[in-house]
Design a protein. Structure first.
Length: 223
């Protein structure tokens, strides 16, 4: 497989990234609606329409800036609103709502694995159809695994932080939740210093290695 230049890589990443954030956020809202809170559903956030989930800064400006400045794609979508008071079992259900996002990314990674297999099968028929499927499939696996791993970091407002907050003793959880306003600042500091990549990259590579199509992902992005 030929290496991609930055502009080709950005084009290949665009659709997988859009679907990754859309399905991730829609999954939060869908699970919340099943557990008693219809807030996201009533606001139209349980949808695959990416426009409903795009944050102009977090989904467009920051990813483009980090991609071209440091070669690292980083960003976020508008968080799906969840009113914990409406949930049947608030602490448990908040954890389930949080896990739904990374779970959706895992399913998307498996979907893109299927696209790689389909692309390989079509190589003898038409490279114009096959190669975009293979490249986007590899990008889809990488970005969804990265988002899954990133969001499982036990830091609020990330999903891992929501899960940790739900399982901590109530008095400890109250103190932990007070760190949420500083969570994004901490995350950006870890990104700028390179610590975030140093921690996440081995986990991402190891997780990708467990999925079908991992050899192509490694060839395109890690060699």
């Amino acid at each position: 497989m030929e290496a991609l230049n930055p502009y080709q890589l950005l084009a290949v990443l665009a659709i997988p990234v859009l679907f990754a954030i859309t399905v991730h956020e829609a999954a939060h809202g869908w699970v919340a609606s099943k557990l008693g809170d219809r807030t996201a559903l009533m606001l139209g956030r349980v949808t695959f329409n990416p426009i409903k989930h795009i944050d102009p800064i977090g989904t467009i400006v920051v990813p483009l800036a980090t991609f071209f400045l440091v070669g690292f794609l980083f960003g976020w979508a508008k968080p799906v609103p969840v009113n914990w008071r409406n949930l049947h079992h608030p602490r448990r259900d908040m954890a389930l709502v949080a896990v739904a996002g990374p779970g959706a990314n895992l399913l998307m990674a498996l979907f893109w694995s299927g696209m790689i297999k389909l692309g390989v099968l079509l190589l003898s028929v038409s490279e114009w159809i096959a190669l975009p499927l293979v490249y986007m499939g590899a990008a889809g696996i990488l970005i969804n695994v990265f988002l899954m791993v990133l969001n499982l970091i036990p830091l609020l407002p990330l999903d891992g932080g929501r899960v940790l907050n739900a399982v901590l003793p109530p008095k400890v959880a109250v103190h932990f939740s007070r760190l949420e306003p500083f969570g994004l600042i901490i995350l950006l500091a870890l990104l700028i210093t390179g610590l975030l990549g140093a921690v996440l990259l081995p986990i991402v590579i190891g997780t990708v290695g467990l999925l079908p199509g991992s050899a192509i992902v490694r060839e395109l992005f890690f060699v």
